[in-house]
Design a binder for this molecule. Sequence first.
Ligand SMILES: [Mn+2]
Length: 431
Amino acid sequence: MARPVLDPQLVADENARRAADFARDFGELGARLKRRGLEVEALTQRAQAFTVAIPSWGVGTGGTRFGRFPQSGEPRDVYEKLEDCAVVQQLARCTPAVSLHVPWDRPDDPRRLKGAAADLGLSFDAMNSNTFEDHTPGQRSYKFGSLTHTDRAVREQAVAQNLECIEIGKAIGSTALTVWIGDGGNFPGQLHFRRALDRYLESTRAICAALPDGWKMYLEHKLCEPAFYSTVLNDWGTSYVCAKELGPKCLCLVDLGHHAPNVNIESIVSRLIQLGKLGGFHFNDSKYSDDDLDSGSIKPFQLFLIFHELVGAEREKVAGFAPAYLLDQSHNVTDPLESLMSSAGEVQRAYVKASLVDAARLAECQERNDALLALQTLKDAYETDVSPLLAEARRRAGGAIDPVATFRASRYRARCAERRPAGKRTSGGIV
Ligand SMILES: [Mn+2]
C-alpha cells in the first residue's frame, strides 16, 4: 500500500465539493458517446490503464541559458524529488513511474532508493545518462563530444558512464536506458560527419553489449543544440539506421521538440512503428524549436494525431509494439508539479480521444479517397471533450477530479518551503 504524501481526506473533500457537477457532466458525456456507439465504461478503463512516466529532473524549476528563477520549496535531493513525484501520482493517477537522470540524481544507495520509491507507490522507468556536460573536476571534458569524441579515452569514459547507469538501473528495477548526446559541431568543417557517426556506432555498440536480457536502449536524436551547426544523431532516419545496426535491443526515441519546424511528427511515428523501431517518447510541446513547453499547450491536434498512430498500432496489434511514454519538459514559469499533472492529463487526453476515432469509417474514407470526410472523422474524435471521463478515471483510482485545484488547496508547496530551506539543490534541466 502506497504511503500518501497528501492527506487522502483533503482529496476526498475537494472531490466532494465537485461531485454534483462532475456526475452530471460524466453522465452527459456517457450519453453522447453512447449515441455514437461508444461505451464510456470501456473508455474510462482505457484511461485508467494509461500511464506516462515523470522525469526526475522535471520536478525542479527548469531554466534557459539566460537564467533560472527557482521557487521556494523545491526538492533538494532525489528523495524529495520522489516525494514530489508521488504527489503528482496521488492526484493525477497516471504517472506511477519515475525516470532517473544520472549523475544529476545518482543515488548513494540504489536499493534504499528503490525502497523509498516503493514506499510511495512508485517504480522506475528508463535510466537517462548525461554525457553532455562535465560533472567531476579532473574528468575528461565533453566540450567537444562524448560518445563520438575524437579522443578514444573520452569515448571510453562516456561509455563507462552509460554502463554505470545500467548498473544503477538494475538495482532499482529499471529495464531501459535512454541515450541522448550533445555531440555535434558549431562550425562547418569542425566535424567529419561520417567518422563521427562511425564513432557513435562503436560507442553505442559497447553500451548495447552490456544491456542485460530484457533491457532496451533508446536512441534519442535531436536536430540541433547544443551544437548549432550539426549534430551527430540529427534525425529519425539516422536514429533508425543506428538502431537497426545495433540490433533488436536498440530502438528509436521521439522527443517532440527535436525536429525541424513543421515536420510531420505523426508520419515519423508511423514509419518507426512500421519498421519495428519505435521505442518511446519524450512528450513536450514547442512553438519555435526545442522549447520544452508543456504537453498539449501549443499543438494539441498534433499530439492527438500522434496518438492516432499509436492507438491504431495498438488496435492492429503490431508485433513488438510497446512504446515507453515519458514527459520531458522544462518548467520555467509554473510550479513544476502543476505542469506535470496537467501535462500528464493532456497526454492521457490525446490517448483517449484517439481511441474515439471511428477506424472503420476512416478506412472507408481512405479507400474512397474522401479526403474531407476522412478529416471530419478525425475531428469528430478530437473535438469530443473527454474531460469528465479523465476525471472519473482519476477519481476511481483515488485521485483528484481537479488535480491542480486540489494541489493548491493542499498548500503542499508552501509547506515544502518551510521544511526545505533554500541552499544546496540538485541539478535539473532539459534533455
Ligand atoms: Mn528528451
